[in-house]
Design a protein around this ligand. Sequence first.
Ligand code: SF4
Length: 363
Amino acid sequence: MKVRHILGISGGKDSAALAIYLKDHYPQIPFEFYNSDTKCELLETETLINRLASYLGGITRLVAVEKSPEPTPFDHFYKVYGGYLPSPQARWCTQKMKLEKMEEFVGEAPAISYVGIRGDEDREGYISTKPNIQSIFPFRRNIWSLDVINKLFQNKNIPLLEELCYRICPVEYRNDFLRVVRTPTSKSFYFSKKTNTLLDVSVRTFNRIVFEFLKTTDLPVGRLEDFPLVDNEDVIVKDDVFKILRDSDVGVPAYYDSIPFEVDGKIGYYNRSRSGCYFCFFQQKLEWIWLYEQHPDLFKKAMAYEKDGYTWNQGESLADLIKPERVREIKLDAIRKQEARKASGCRLADNVDDEAFCANCFI
Ligand code: SF4
């Protein structure tokens, strides 16, 4: 069965930059770009997706429960769950509106899913529970997912890895590679340490060994004749992402624009740090205030979902959050943090910490 190459466009900067980067660098790979459309995104996100679709030559929009009479998939499932709002602990929204539809889109075909986790992020990406979908992280130094690394470095594979070293390693790296692959994993030499030690010697050689190893498994990458990403040594960090977006003319999503606000003569800035549903419970308090002041209609809609004691934020309703004293407190707190960041040399654009947002939603 033909291996598919899929890339989920979230409407955020990282997946957009990844799509542009891969299309430009690997025109020989038949990428399929898709977006899980929740119908609850900001207009700025929609604008970015439309611009990107023109650049890429199309993005498939996947909509869960398309035939539902409810106005959005969220409203449909909100009803199904009896008004129980999703939360970090009960995240039915991602499962129902994004993951299930994506897995249906892929079906049973082997598929490689390219994920835009950057080289300067310290988190693992979504790994599908379906064995026919394999995630690859082209922006990181280590492009392989945790499940691949865990498989690779099983101690029983040491003889096979030795054999691959003799076959693949250029002479100048061979002894270093052999020394590392022969060292069994243990509490003091765990999987990530082993991986990084080999990557320090040669990224390309490590990737070539993993690729050959994958051919002994059922994983989708192992079914390919050739996988050009094994030769890619680029590590893409946040500044590179902005550059890719600007250079392509797709541009940076408008919700990243820093907007000034004033409290007691002091100036602070706010913006939204990621795409995703306008009511996403992962957003920080300052982002809720941003929504309240920049998109009051959407804030009102988010408030309307708070019923029967269910709230988007634990311990604080949106009605309480927008009381003038509370808004003032949140803004002053943000100004203090931003001034501290500025004093420590951080750039002003990082008004809110984007890593705290809905990481796994952006598959
Ligand atoms: S963006 Fe937030 S609210 Fe929307 S599906 Fe993801 S986790 Fe849920």
